[in-house]
Design a protein around this ligand. Structure first.
Ligand SMILES: Nc1ncnc2c1ncn2[C@@H]1O[C@H](COP(=O)(O)OP(=O)(O)OP(=O)(O)O)[C@@H](O)[C@H]1O
Length: 706
């Protein structure tokens, strides 16, 4: 087969595998530019007599239709073609680059409970779609789930249905008799073995996979009760749990057990039911399903049922983890994010500015002449107005979920020819500022969208671009700082609308800005990687040093005003002590990708970063350790901002969409399309009722909670 060209188009370059059902090959598509890779599945009918072949052909066409429909799901390979050649049938599928879960879950490697929950949920979500198309997969196992390299998502491959073409499972009338069991030992429940697969047979396979991931045992090692035929695993496993953790473990064990019941009628009957059970678990686990599977190390042990075995796992709400560093950090982050601080809850009235503010942050990057900014994100707490309630110790707010659902596009302002216009909202929530190509700053009435004032720089004979690339309101509302391609940071008096002073005039152009919560200190990031620290009030330059080797794209200051965080095109995030300019940590996202956005959580403990690879990452600000990754897709994350609750993150991407995240569940709560070009700047009003986005499409959009 190697070297052969099928259907005049698919040039076979590699044998990938195969068995009784046929062979799988890697091929190049000669008819498309740059000959992209695809996967060709060759299916050989068992018998070649003409009536069987005819029936097989009909069946094959029908199954191809189903696969074609399934391929509409992002996590199922697209069917590119199907054809018959020399009495053999061929399916051509999209090639998914990545690695399969068999590699991720070799024997002896175990995931934490939280990771197992995420894994099962991810698979079940794909399966929900499959079942909606009235298809039973019939061969769910780690080898048939690929983690796609491009975005870290799971992709389900190898649908068992097509195998009927080759097994002779088709009776002469063209129907499937299911007399031959299709599936893989260890993952096939009894009824499937008997040729009568049900939808919940797939749920069984996901349950086995979950138990396997939790215990480190391969599916064939899982002991069975000889009397009841149930899989025996939980008692021994739970036996090794510290007593205070057993309650949580029981909940997960119950769900997995119900998925793998011997009698299919006792299992969850639908994927939706199983998903609901997992949803409940995420509450039990205090939102700790945020773990990123690929970034957590595993504990190896030959026999996880040995009493000495330690299980990396996350704790109950009330417990601190005792095992892996990752789970410690993850849990600390979750604990700190889920509980509003007493100050946030108790001391603030509407409109008052919290100490736990989202630091004003404005930034930009030169290479693509684009600007990334979160402007004036000073956030007053509205938690008092929101009814906070507890479910399984997990702090939830009804208002939080309403906010996510209700925020919608209210107005579109004409943008400036500065397609990377930075935006910021004043601390009183009344004024929207936007930076222009001509060096002016426009002040808009945020409510009506009317232009109120224009801050104009003094006339200059300098012919270089004056485009404003970063702006930030001071939290006291008295001044506004701006920086851009004409060098130096300008500080404007907002009462008189005049220029107060220019800091660091000789430095290379300014690409990012942030002001400390006490409105005293200004931090600027330069296009050549330098960092400027100055006194906002006096204009005095306090420090100027080479922070990065290339453009600083984004800056944030911690709520206590002590620490600055910068993200750069040099692929690093740096944490600085503002007073001394001393470097505390250098954080490097895996795969060395440019960092376009940084933000600090309202409790000052977590850094969120957005980078070129479309991944939002959360880091422990204190230790500099990576806590988790939230892959969004291939589009770069240009801007990130925290809501005051500390667990909703707003991101703006290159694909023009805004995404709202729950960092605890690692889930995108909502995707808000609206811009036709990349978003480079976001600003959240202090009462969080208004979100402003600015894009290369030369519009500024105002989103409101009605
Ligand atoms: N769409 C795809 N994209 C990338 N790799 C694929 C795709 N489909 C199959 N593969 C890979 O090709 C190899 C062979 O797959 P295939 O499922 O056809 O055979 P198998 O796993 O050897 O046998 P069986 O069908 O009995 O499970 C596997 O490594 C699988 O991961």
């Amino acid at each position: 087969m190697l070297g052969k060209t099928l259907s005049g188009r698919y040039h076979i370059v590699q044998h990938l595998g195969g068995g009784g059902f046929g062979q799988t090959y890697l091929a190049e598509d000669l008819q498309l530019p740059s000959n992209p890779l695809c996967v060709v599945k060759q299916l050989k009918p068992k018998s070649t007599d003409s009536s069987t072949l005819q029936t097989a052909k009909r069946f094959f066409d029908r199954e191809a239709e189903v696969l074609y429909k399934l391929g509409n799901h992002d996590q199922i390979p697209r069917l590119l073609a199907h054809f018959e050649q020399e009495q053999e049938f061929y399916l051509v599928q999209e090639c998914i680059e990545g690695h399969d879960l068999k590699q991720e879950l070799p024997r002896g490697k175990r995931l934490t409970e939280a990771q197992v929950i995420v894994l099962c949920q991810d698979i079940l979500q794909i399966l929900e779609f499959v079942h909606q198309q009235h298809v039973i997969h019939r061969d769910i196992k780690p080898a048939n789930i690929i983690r796609r390299r491009q975005d870290g998502k799971l992709v389900l491959i190898d649908f068992g249905a097509v195998k009927e073409v080759t097994t002779g499972a088709i009776n002469p009338s063209g129907n499937t008799s299911f007399s031959v069991a299709i599936g893989s030992p260890g993952y096939m429940p009894n009824e499937q073995l008997g040729g009568k697969p049900q939808f919940c047979s797939d749920i069984y396979a996901v349950g086995v996979l979950g138990i396997q991931a939790l215990t480190g045992l391969s599916s064939s090692q899982l002991p069975q009760d000889l009397r009841t035929s149930e899989i025996l695993w939980r008692d021994k496993w739970l036996h090794n749990m510290p007593p205070q953790q057993v309650q949580t473990s029981l909940e997960l064990a119950d769900v997995l057990d119900k998925m793998v019941r011997y009698d299919y009628r006792q299992r969850y009957q639908t994927v939706t039911e199983a998903l609901q059970a997992f949803e409940q678990l995420t509450m039990v686990y205090c939102g700790s399903t945020t773990a990123s599977i690929s970034e957590v190390s595993f504990t190896e042990s030959a026999d996880p049922f040995e009493p000495t075995a330690t299980y990396p796992r996350l704790p109950l709400v009330s417990d601190m983890p005792t095992d892996t560093m990752e789970s410690k950090e993850l849990t600390q982050a979750l604990h700190s994010q889920q509980q509003p601080t007493s100050k946030t809850l108790g001391n603030l009235s509407d409109g008052q500015i919290a100490d736990e503010t989202i630091t004003p942050l404005v930034s930009s990057r030169k290479k693509y002449r684009k600007l990334i900014a979160i402007g004036g994100g000073i956030v007053a707490s509205v938690s008092l107005a929101f009814g906070i309630y507890h479910v399984y110790g997990y702090t939830m707010s009804l208002a939080e979920s309403q906010w996510v659902q209700r925020i919608s596009l209210s107005k579109t302002l004409p943008g400036d020819s500065n397609s990377f216009s930075p935006v910021a909202i004043s601390p009183d929530g009344k004024t929207l500022a936007s930076g222009s190509e001509d060096g002016t700053i426009k002040l808009w009435d945020l409510q009506t969208g009317k232009l109120r004032n224009t801050l104009k720089r003094p006339p200059s004979s300098d012919k270089r671009s004056k485009a404003v690339r970063a702006i930030a309101f001071s939290p006291d509302g008295k001044s506004l700082a701006s920086g851009g391609e004409d060098n130096g940071i300008k500080v404007w008096n907002l009462d008189t609308k005049t220029l107060l002073h220019t800091l660091s005039e000789k430095s290379y152009w300014i690409s990012a800005l942030a002001i400390s919560p006490d409105s005293q200190t200004l931090v600027g990031g330069n296009a050549d990687g330098y960092i400027t620290i100055g006194n906002l009030r006096t204009g005095e330059l306090q420090n100027f040093f080479a922070g990065h080797s290339i453009i600083v794209n984004s800056l944030a200051i911690s709520p206590d005003g002590q620490t600055a965080v910068s993200g750069s095109d040099d692929n690093t995030i740096k944490v600085w002590e503002i007073k001394t300019g001393q470097l505390i940590h250098t954080l490097t996202p895996p795969d060395s990708r440019r960092v376009f956005a940084v933000a600090i959580s309202p409790d000052g403990k977590t850094i969120a970063s957005g980078s070129e690879d479309g991944v939002v990452r959360l880091w422990n600000l204190g230790s500099g350790k990576l806590i988790q990754s939230l892959p969004v897709g291939s589009a770069s994350i240009n801007v990130v901002a925290y809501r005051v609750d500390g667990h909703t993150l707003v991101s703006g991407s290159r694909d023009g969409t805004i995404r709202l995240w729950d960092v605890r569940t690692r889930k995108v709560l909502r995707t808000m399309p609206g811009h036709s070009e990349p978003i480079y700047s976001l600003a959240l009003s202090p009462d969080e009722q208004t979100l402003v986005s600015s894009s290369k499409d030369e519009t500024i959009k105002i989103w409101r909670v009605p």
